[in-house]
Design a binder for this molecule. Structure first.
Ligand SMILES: Nc1ncnc2c1ncn2[C@@H]1O[C@H](COP(=O)(O)OP(=O)(O)O)[C@@H](O)[C@H]1O
Ligand SMILES: [Mg+2]
Length: 411
């Protein structure tokens, strides 16, 4: 759709609504709706780029061009918009939150030009809008450590078996790997790759709606799984379902149904446990390799290990010096082992290197008392803290569940 700075010409229709950007008016049928200026600006900005993720920052600079405002203001107007549109009622979805990134207008839209007056013209079929697809897939890590073979193997497995689940502990790197596989296969699917993060869904019943929204399809039926599979039909697509564990029953049913009824649909899921349904092939994802226990290890000996590379990269990013000394090498190796090679735990620990030093981190991990490590401010809540509880087990806080990263290593 139009780039930044352009306006939506004529009317844009979606569901029962028509949006007249130039006149700054939203109508339901023929009835004008009352909508505040900021909410209207937000809607126009989202509709102009329907199908894409518009970041919070882009929206804020568009809606409040001259002032700096808190993100809460944007959330307020989005909530208001959803209320006016009846978003979420009877399975209809207009605006979805893409966690950690922004918002996306997901309902199919048709547009009329001023010349063609009031008859809305369909946009090109969504299947053809390859750029939409690219925007739906989160960017891959600039540098992923130690997973090249895994990506190759998984890509081949997914092409062969059509339904693969990446299973492993929280923070081990499942999402990172899934995103990278999806990018590797983009061309093979002609861009028809859809990524659905199920983490933010509170109600498992919304899983089919979330998937339909990602596919650009509005579900309004009593048998959503059937109509989803029918909508996909013979299209060749790759559907990535991330974080299935907390909605596992419905995610499993949906994946099984799609794979069995849509012959060219491939499904890649990530989950802490297998979905255990027909057609699923489980790919266990293991932790990053750590050096063996040996006090005499030198820097040259530990650096080839992916867990150590990740620690050093994140420590340097936090402001720590770039050179790993032979004295610190066995300490870093011990830290990585104590964190069981779990990428998230290593990242969080290493981010403290600039002010604790490497030895300081090791000492803290040895400390029996409760500590809290705060993660990146922009990380998802479930990725934000790393705790050591009084039993000595190192855990990552994930909403209500605590996931042990260090097994029963109590001292
Ligand atoms: N191979 C890797 N190289 C670099 N960073 C990684 C790697 N795997 C995971 N990470 C980082 O570790 C964190 C947790 O990874 P994630 O994929 O979200 O784990 P999971 O999905 O298993 O919970 C993320 O911040 C991610 O960027
Ligand atoms: Mg994940």
């Amino acid at each position: 759709m139009d780039g930044e700075g352009s306006s939506t010409h004529g009317a844009v229709s979606f569901g029962p609504f028509r949006l007249f950007a130039a006149e700054r008016q939203l109508k339901k049928g023929d009835e004008p709706l009352q909508l505040g200026g900021r909410a209207l600006d937000t809607l126009i900005a989202l509709v102009e780029r329907a199908g894409e993720v518009v970041t919070q920052r882009e929206l804020i600079s568009r809606v409040w061009p001259d002032v700096t405002v808190e993100e809460a203001n944007l959330r307020y107007h989005i909530a208001n918009l959803r209320k006016v549109l009846g978003d979420g009622r009877e399975g209809t979805r207009y605006i979805v939150t893409v966690s950690g990134r922004g918002y996306s207008f997901v309902a199919p839209v048709t547009r009329s030009t001023p010349q063609s007056s009031s008859i809305p013209q369909p946009l090109p079929p969504r299947e053809a809008a390859v750029s939409d697809r690219l925007h739906r897939l989160p960017p891959k890590l600039t540098r992923m450590i130690g997973r090249d073979d895994t990506i190759r193997t998984l890509s081949a497995q997914l092409m062969m078996w059509r339904f693969v689940s990446i299973v492993g502990a929280g923070g081990i790197g499942k999402t990172t790997v899934a995103i990278s596989v999806a990018h590797a296969l983009l061309d093979g699917f002609d861009g028809a790759v859809f990524f659905v993060d199920l983490a933010a869904l509170i109600d498992a019943k919304l899983v089919p709606t979330a998937v339909a929204s990602a596919l650009g399809f509005m579900l309004q039926t009593e048998d959503p799984l059937r109509s989803l599979a029918a909508f996909i039909g013979a299209k060749k697509i790759l559907l990535v379902l991330d974080n299935c564990e907390h909605v596992i029953d419905i995610a499993a049913m949906l994946a099984e149904r799609i794979v069995s009824e849509a012959p060219q649909a491939h499904v890649l899921t990530t989950s802490r446990e297998a979905l255990r349904v027909e057609g699923e092939h489980v790919h266990m994802l293991y932790a990053l390799d750590c050096p063996p226990e040996d006090r005499g290890l030198t820097a040259t000996a530990v650096l080839p290990y992916p867990a150590v590379q990740l620690f050093i990269e994140r420590a340097v990013a936090s402001g720590h010096g770039t050179v790993l000394s032979d004295i610190d090498a066995p300490v870093v190796a011990t830290i990585c082992r104590r964190l069981d090679g779990i990428a998230l735990a290593i990242e969080l620990a290493a981010s403290r290197a600039s002010f604790l030093g490497i030895r300081g981190i090791a000492e803290l991990l040895d400390n029996r008392f409760s500590l809290v490590w705060h993660g990146r401010r922009t990380a998802l809540p479930r990725h934000q803290t790393l705790k050591r509880c009084s039993t000595g087990a190192i855990t990552c806080s994930r909403r209500t569940k605590r996931l042990s990263l260090a097994g029963s290593r109590s001292s």
